[in-house]
Design a binder for this molecule. Structure first.
Ligand SMILES: [Zn+2]
Length: 453
């Protein structure tokens, strides 16, 4: 058989299933055949994948494109992602008037992104929830995000004055009306934060741990209860995005049940690989905060069992200059999209013995399933040929200068992960190889992922 591209004799990682040696034949951007090692496979190009994993390309479920340099982020951050074996991203689109603004943002992405992309709509006003069923149909968006940390004064400082529990419930009701609808929530009880923040500030604390102490993990857990409980009453699946606290996962596991809507859990690589003790200073400021090693250990256990079903980066590409002058005034969030796969291979597979097919599910198949991404996240005939080839023992020494990101630092700077991405394939095209973008990459090529509902 002859194909456009053959990934030959690799260890094919089937998400959630296992690993099997073989070759993948790709034609017309789709996976055309999965062949035994003994079967002949010819192609216009053949890549020898001996001793390499062939995984589905990662789909980052949690990014903030546009927070760095507006539409330029589509260029810089999608290229950064491609170098990390990421073939798709989901980003939060927040706007007063979603109906009017979404086509332009989608067009910006189509004109600049080199990987596929989709949107979650941010709900900051009641009408966003009310309009969601119509917006979902029109734009193919089945996921919402509510920011409970923008309640009250915190939200008003950002120009949002409608964020409250009524908005949460309205969003859940709207989500329940959409086929495949899911409401993601940033869980952090912002009303209680001052009780902790005032004394920590009064003590002139400037360390990274102070950021955790001013918003301890159980303030996330408290919101998780509310979201899961209201989700059940509204009949809407929920997603606890960027879960940071071990106690939050304990609670979710107690609340889950066969007769109620799903309580999905997403975490991010920084809650697994970094802690409040990491030597990051102000760079490590993020919401929710980095927690303790015990929290990270609990989340890893959730990854191992599948209780944590998706893993992203919460990638925000701002400049290092915004990460100071102290922990209180530094911007929150940092970049990380290119580190997802190396970090999980190194810390999850090598260090903790978590099966690679489990990690692959959390970075691809589960994301595609949760967000109804068409033809994504599986290695099977007919699916888009979005693939990452990984050298399990290759070294990834992280330095921000290796990536074209708008941001000029990395919280993983200086860390060396065991595991490296050797090829990234998007719909049958090699878009990155051996740490470099493909010479014929061009300036666009990413498709908008419209999700039927
Ligand atoms: Zn958030």
């Amino acid at each position: 058989m002859t194909f456009d591209l053959v990934l030959k004799n690799g260890e094919i990682v089937f998400p959630g299933v296992g690993v099997k040696r073989g070759s993948i034949g790709i034609t017309g951007g789709k996976i055309a055949a999965i062949l035994d090692p003994s079967e002949a496979a010819e192609g216009a190009r053949v890549i020898d994948c001996t001793d390499r994993w062939i995984m589905p390309g990662a789909i980052d479920p949690h990014t903030h494109v546009g927070f760095g340099a507006k539409e330029e982020d589509w260029t810089t951050e999608s290229r950064t992602a491609a170098l990390g074996g990421v073939t798709g991203l989901m980003t939060f689109w927040r706007s007063d008037d979603l109906a009017a603004s979404t086509p332009g943002w989608q067009a910006d992405g189509e004109a600049r992104s080199v990987i596929d992309f989709g949107f979650h709509f941010g709900v900051t006003a009641r009408r966003h929830a009310e309009d969601f069923p119509a917006l979902a149909k029109r734009f193919g968006v089945t996921s919402l995000k509510v920011y409970l940390m923008y309640k009250g004064a915190t939200g008003r400082a950002k120009g949002f004055d409608e964020v409250d529990d009524a908005l949460l419930f309205a969003a859940l009701k709207a989500g329940a009306q959409v086929k495949g609808g899911v409401v993601g929530v940033h869980c952090e009880n912002t009303e209680v934060i001052p009780v902790f923040r005032d004394p920590v500030k009064a003590a002139s604390r400037m360390d990274l741990g102070a950021w955790d102490d001013q918003s301890p993990g159980f303030l996330e857990t408290e919101n998780v209860f509310r979201v899961a409980f209201f989700g059940e009453k509204a009949g809407c699946p929920v997603n606890i995005v960027h879960m940071s606290a071990g106690e939050s996962l304990d609670l979710v596991e107690r609340m889950r049940g066969p007769d109620r809507p799903a309580i999905n859990v997403e975490t991010c690589i920084h809650y697994l690989c970094l802690t409040r003790e990491s030597p990051l200073g102000d760079i490590g400021k993020v919401n929710p905060p980095l927690r303790s090693q015990a929290d990270a250990d609990r989340l890893w256990e959730g990854v191992r069992t599948g209780s944590v079903s998706t893993i992203g980066s919460d990638h925000v590409a701002r400049k290092l200059a915004t990460k100071g002058p102290d922990i209180w005034s530094a911007s929150a969030g940092f970049p990380g999209i290119a580190q997802i796969l190396p970090a999980l291979v190194s810390e999850g597979f090598h260090k903790r013995g978590i099966a690679i097919e489990t990690l692959a599910a959390a970075t691809s198949a589960n994301v595609a399933k949760l967000y109804n991404l068409p033809n994504k996240g599986q290695i099977a005939p007919g699916f888009d040929a979005d693939l990452a080839v990984i050298d399990p023992d290759g070294k990834t020494a992280v330095t921000h200068a290796d990536y074209p990101s708008h941001s000029d630092y990395s919280p993983y700077e200086g860390m060396t992960f065991r595991g490296s991405v050797t090829h990234t394939v998007l719909r049958g095209r090699v878009i990155a190889e051996a740490g470099a973008l493909a010479p014929d990459l061009g300036t666009a090529g990413g498709h908008y992922m419209f999700r039927a509902n």
